[in-house]
Design a protein around this ligand. Structure first.
Ligand SMILES: [Zn+2]
Ligand SMILES: [Zn+2]
Length: 747
């Protein structure tokens, strides 16, 4: 506080000094000097201060510095003005100082302002007087001679703030100031600092007869705020905004306008800010601005009057095209023959008539040529006194033939003349039109209204009907009869609905199928041979299953194989349980051997061929079993070393299956059957006695003839005779006795 008061006191002293200087400079009125102007403003307000020269004489250049109190004043602008502005520069880089440098080749004399300084009083500036000092560094005249130029300071008086309400100033930025129709201008509203601004309403007003609003955009300063924009009213754009935080200084809102009037006019766009509140919800004043704009009429070069053909730029092949021949005003046309050409491949001319307005115009005669179908529409214009108005002369109608770019080209066939019968200049302006086929929406519906197909169809082409079927019912099937209309050449949006013809079913019998043991059958059914609808359904008949029959088992015999029990189906013969073959049992021959059993063998022979062979056990028994041989009578032979082979018939039949035989095996000479023969001389004595008895009495020993079985006895007797035939000559006689005797004696 003390410091501030001190600075105010210094400022007051400086002001006193300034007043003194002013008095002095007044006293030196004859000499040249530069004076800084004085101003008075409240905090927040802006004032411009001019530096002006007095008593100047051909001053060609000056350099100097204006100083100001940077703590109280904010420099918002500085520029050389007047004659020094062209070659003048200012430097405001140093706070509290403005260095200026002005020059003017012709020099200036008398009194003139050379420098403008814009100051804004800082919001917190204390009331008081602040010196605006000036120091002249260099000054020279047109002769480049140094000029004595003194400086006179000014005073900037800061008054007490008028209210406690903060005032926020808004400034404009603008892209251009002079516009022509169709050109755009952007005007930006901005602030320098915001003094805590938090909410408010911003409004632009402009002349809606001259401009349209192209865009209104909130800018960076409002980027953090909630905002709404209203551009719905002509000539007025408003933006409301609100933010919890202080809105930063800078650009707030940009309005872009487009000039729509081709006029010369001076107009302006005004910007106002209202309902401003700071972050403490205290109301603030807003000072807006007015931006002057100048509208200039577009320069137009005068044109030669023309005969113009006009018609729509686009047309459809299904519609006629109306074209008009128009004469510009100011032609002064008195007479001419015109011909308007068209392409007969694309257009047919369907009519030409003099435009209604022209028939009643006095002195004007328009004759049309009835031959209009050859690609040329001709007419003659006559107005003896010259026709100065603009008017429609003739109206033509054309029917397009197909798609294409059509052009109507006017031409003068006999030169156009004015009222003085001298040729006049008349431009010919053709017109073009793009002719396109239209497309129509075609809908195909089923009988019940269901949309089956919706398609876009080119004018005069065919629509493509969809597939349409109606399900058969009990009595009928249905054939598509048509769509209730011609869709081969579409010329408008259209709907078609399917029509069906009911046709009775054609019955066809589905034959019954008998079931088999394993496969199902079917009952008789019926269907329609045309649409295949089932009229009587065929029902499945279950399979019958097999009828089982037992195949009896066959017992095997000795020689024949047997079979196990099986099952088969008597209907289809399928084997259900397979019969298995049981092997043949085979024959068994067993028996016992009396006498010699050591190394004895048994052989079964059939017609001299060995059928089976086996060993004789020590106890004399033997067994030939499982013999896979045929039934019949075999010879059983028992052999042993030094023994007479025993042979006997054995009958094998399927009935018996086996045979059990008693055999005898004795060494040669053992005629008494005691088991020893000539190898034992002592026992052999008994054999000699028995042989002697046989030779003398023909008496067979009892052991060879006592069987009750006659056939057995016969075998035994025959075996005895072979035992007794010791010399093996086929006879039993004394020579056998002699031989046995010698064998026993010699051992
Ligand atoms: Zn059918
Ligand atoms: Zn079967």
């Amino acid at each position: 506080m003390k410091l501030k008061r001190a600075s105010q006191r210094i400022a007051a002293l400086l002001c006193a000094a300034a007043l003194l200087v002013n008095l002095v400079s007044t006293a030196w009125a004859a000499s040249a000097f530069l004076r800084v102007g004085s101003a008075s403003a409240a905090p927040g307000e802006t004032r411009s201060v001019y530096v002006s020269g007095s008593n100047l004489e051909a001053l060609a250049g000056v350099e100097g510095i204006v100083s100001y109190d940077n703590t109280a004043l904010e420099l918002t602008g500085a520029a050389m003005v007047g004659a020094f502005s062209a070659l003048g520069t200012v430097n405001t880089e140093t706070a509290g100082q403005v260095s200026f440098n002005g020059a003017c080749l012709d020099g200036i004399s008398g009194s003139q302002s050379i420098l403008r300084l814009d100051f804004r009083v800082r919001p917190d500036a204390a009331a008081g007087e602040y010196l605006l000092g000036i120091l002249i560094e260099n000054a020279y005249n047109t002769g480049l001679g140094t000029v004595s130029l003194s400086g006179a300071p000014g005073v900037f008086t800061v008054t007490e703030p008028q209210t406690t309400t903060k005032t926020l100033y808004f400034y404009s930025g603008s892209s251009v100031s002079t516009l022509h129709k169709g050109e755009q201008v952007s005007i930006t509203a901005r602030t320098y600092g915001s003094q805590g601004l938090a909410a408010g309403k911003l409004e632009f007003r402009y002349d809606a007869a001259l401009f349209t609003c192209v865009a209104a955009e909130p800018l960076s300063a409002l980027s953090g705020a909630v905002k709404s924009l209203d551009t719905s009213r002509a000539g007025y754009v408003s933006a409301a905004f609100a933010s919890k935080e202080e809105i930063p200084g800078g650009e707030l809102l940009r309005l872009t306008l487009e000039a729509v009037a081709d006029v010369d006019a001076d107009t302006s766009v005004t910007f106002a800010a209202s309902e401003l509140y700071d972050t403490a919800l205290a109301a603030m004043n807003g000072v807006g601005f007015t931006r002057a704009l100048t509208l200039r009429r577009a320069e137009v070069t005068p044109e030669t009057p023309a005969l113009r053909v006009t018609m729509p730029a686009a047309a459809r092949t299904n519609e006629t095209i109306t074209a008009v021949a128009v004469l510009d005003s100011g032609s002064g046309l008195a007479a001419a023959d015109f011909c308007i050409s068209y392409d007969t491949a694309l257009l047919t001319c369907t009519g030409v008539k003099v435009s209604a307005g022209m028939e009643s115009v006095d002195g004007v005669c328009i004759e049309t040529n009835p031959k209009i179908d050859g690609g040329q529409v001709k007419f003659t214009f006559i107005c003896a006194k010259g026709f100065a108005d603009g008017a429609e002369l003739v109206t033509m109608t054309f029917q397009p033939k197909k798609e294409g770019a059509v052009t109507l080209t006017p031409a003068i066939t006999t030169s156009a003349v004015g009222a003085d019968r001298r040729p006049i200049a008349l431009d010919m302006c053709a017109a073009s039109c793009e002719v396109k086929d239209p497309f129509f929406e075609v809908t195909f519906r089923d009988e019940d209204g269901t949309v089956l197909s919706r398609q876009s169809v080119r004018y005069r082409t065919a629509a493509t009907p969809p597939d349409a079927v109606k399900a058969p019912d009990e009595a009928h099937h249905y054939e598509l009869a048509g769509w209730g209309g011609d869709y081969s050449s579409i010329t408008a949006d259209a709907e078609f609905t399917a029509r069906y013809t009911a046709i009775p079913h054609t019955e066809a019998v589905d034959k019954a199928v008998e079931p088999t043991c394993t496969k199902t059958g079917l009952t008789e059914g019926k269907h329609c041979s045309v649409c295949s609808a089932v009229l009587v359904e065929q029902k499945v008949v279950p399979a019958k299953g097999h009828t089982e029959v037992i195949d009896k088992a066959v017992e095997p015999t000795c020689t024949e194989t047997g079979l196990t029990e099986g099952k088969h189906c008597s209907v289809c013969s399928a084997v259900l349980v397979e019969q298995k073959v049981v092997s043949a049992l085979g024959f068994t021959v067993s028996g016992s051997v009396d006498g010699v059993t050591d190394n004895a063998m048994v052989t079964l022979l059939k017609d001299g061929v060995v059928a089976a062979r086996g060993d004789v056990r020590a106890d004399g028994g033997f067994l030939l079993s499982g013999l896979r041989i045929g039934a019949g009578t075999y010879t059983l032979r028992v052999d042993g070393g030094g023994c007479v082979a025993w042979e006997m018939p054995v009958a094998l039949s399927d009935d018996s299956g086996s045979a059990n035989v008693a055999c005898l095996l004795l060494r040669i000479g053992d005629v008494n059957g005691d088991g020893t023969g000539a190898e034992d001389a002592l026992q052999c004595t008994l054999d000699l006695q028995t042989l002697y008895d046989y030779l003398a009495l023909r008496q067979v020993p009892g052991s060879f003839c006592d069987s009750a079985d006659a056939a057995r006895n016969e075998l035994l007797v025959r075996y005895f005779l072979r035992l007794a035939d010791v010399n093996e000559d086929g006879q039993v006689d004394i020579l056998d006795y002699q031989r046995l005797y010698l064998l026993a004696r010699n051992g």
